[in-house]
Design a protein around this ligand. Structure first.
Ligand SMILES: [Zn+2]
Length: 98
């Protein structure tokens, strides 16, 4: 019997004409990956912006600074990173959009 291969911790990926679609963890809207900023837990353990979308590991996506605030309020980053996000510095992350 074959089991469907499903890696734990991966979201189902949707490919559209404009590329992969991701969900913003702040407002929950679904946008093409190109419109969102990716964040990952960096080597030092803190959350860092991954503007080139090249860093390994689990990513969380946000559309803008307003969504960062919303995500922090909802503790959405902690959930997105399974509690590995540690202390999140909103002003440092906000620089991703400056
Ligand atoms: Zn958003």
């Amino acid at each position: 019997m074959r089991r469907a291969t499903k890696r734990p911790g991966t979201h189902p990926m949707e490919i559209t004409a404009s590329g992969p679609v991701r969900t913003c963890v702040g407002c929950g809207s679904r946008k093409s990956q190109a419109e969102l900023t990716r964040f990952v837990v960096g080597p030092q353990g803190g959350v860092v912006a991954d503007r080139r979308r090249r860093l390994p590991g689990r990513g969380a996506y946000l559309c803008g600074a307003g969504c960062l605030t919303a995500a922090l309020k909802r503790k959405a980053l902690g959930r997105a990173f399974r509690g590995k996000a540690g202390q999140v510095d909103p002003s440092a992350l906000g620089q991703a959009w400056e």
